[in-house]
Design a protein around this ligand. Structure first.
Ligand code: GMT
Length: 369
């Protein structure tokens, strides 16, 4: 099959997932065309089955907002015709689903029928999509896609309750490439070999509750010699650095910024923290679990579908920092308990093996083409 994939090319979960999907599909012999404004960060154009086409958005002084959707839909029309693309799979509804439907409409007038699969990822529904400024167009895009998938049951429920949906929504959970998380790497020389390594990975937005991450770590390090590794970047990073200083733990918290080597850091991590306010799935938690790292998280949204309480980690109500500290200390202070949680984390991640989930998307494509 020849598949066009539209996604954000950044470090966010939806872009990472879409990139991994495209790479895996290409390994299975499909021809993949990524169509977005930059080369996706995790995409290596390593074989002739994967292509990247940049969407250029020319600016003009009249434009306060350069019209990306227009450029994207025009590009999609051109690419579908040029490469005889069989199907468009768009990740994150805003504005990708809308642009793909416009392209579909334009192609119809040339007697080309291009199926559009829309995968909902989370904030395109919960935080941004349901905003009155976007809601009508998002609802239209969902109802008029040929097939709609959501990454968790929780996101499906949210979509059905926030919008008036006439379309069936199929849950196809996110996946992980387990092979990437088997090698062990040695600790960075900034880290003492005695210290337990606590890790957090995110885009440092408000919903991630970064100050909770620091407060949980503050509680842990009082009882267990440890370091906190903060991976990623975003609007809350400055605040986090200030908070670490205020709590007197600046020396124990290391901010790494955006990284393409998360698998290496996870390979020597002992615990992963994800106390988010909203999370449709929690791909970062799944990646940690694939690397044998237990997860202490909130129980919001789709997280309980990934992290199983008392098995792969521990879950708490949003903001219950004291419980998260106690849970972390319990997991880390006894080697036998820690080992069991580590094994269970990997076992749970195996349920989301890329080789189990990607065929579900292939089945959808075959049905539509
Ligand atoms: O967390 C974000 O704001 C980024 C967003 C994205 O587009 O990458 O993440 C969402 O999609 C991920 C991949 O499906 C999910 O694992 C995240 O839980 C989801 N984020 C939220 O729902 C806040």
């Amino acid at each position: 099959m020849i598949i066009g994939i539209v996604c954000y090319p950044t470090f966010g979960g939806s872009g990472v997932l879409a990139t991994e999907l495209g790479i895996e599909l290409s390994k299975k012999g499909h021809e993949i065309h990524f169509i977005t404004y930059n080369q996706p960060v995790k995409l290596e154009l390593f074989n002739n089955k994967v292509h990247f086409h940049e969407v250029e958005v020319p600016n003009y002084p009249l434009f306060h907002y350069p019209p990306y959707e227009l450029a994207l839909s025009s590009k999609l029309v051109g690419m579908v015709k040029k490469y005889k693309i069989d199907l468009l799979h768009v990740h994150y509804a805003i504005p990708h689903a809308y642009a793909a439907l416009m392209a579909k409409q334009m192609l119809k007038s040339e007697k080309i029928n291009i199926p559009v699969v829309t995968t909902l990822h989370g904030t395109d529904i919960t935080l941004v999509g349901s905003n009155p400024s976007y809601k009508t167009a998002v609802e239209f895009s969902i109802n008029n896609s040929d097939y709609v998938t959501a990454v968790s049951e929780s996101l499906k429920r949210d979509t059905l309750s926030l919008f008036s949906i006439k379309k069936e929504i199929d849950v196809i959970p996110n996946f992980v490439n387990l092979d990437k998380y088997v090698n062990k790497f040695s600790k960075n020389n900034l880290l003492n070999s005695e210290d337990k390594i606590i890790t957090h990975v995110s885009n440092f937005r408000k919903v991630k509750r970064i100050t909770d991450v620091l407060e949980i770590f503050y509680g842990i390090q009082k009882k267990i010699p440890s370091k906190l590794l903060m991976l990623g970047d975003g609007p809350e990073k400055n605040k986090a650095e200030k908070k670490a200083k205020k709590l007197g733990i600046k020396e124990k918290v290391i901010f790494f910024g955006k990284s393409n080597e998360i698998n290496k850091i996870l390979s020597f991590s002992d615990l992963f923290l994800l106390p988010s306010e909203i999370e449709s799935f929690g791909l970062s938690a799944l990646e940690a679990m694939a690397a044998n790292v237990p997860v202490v998280s909130s129980n919001t949204g789709g997280i309980p579908e990934v992290n199983i309480d008392n098995f792969s980690g521990k879950l708490s109500d949003i903001g219950n920092v004291n419980k998260m500290i106690n849970d972390s200390v319990l997991i880390l202070s006894d080697n036998k308990i820690h080992k069991k949680f580590k094994q269970n984390a990997r076992k749970r991640a195996e349920e989301f093996d890329i080789h189990k989930i990607v065929p579900l998307y292939e089945k959808v494509y075959k049905k539509l083409i």
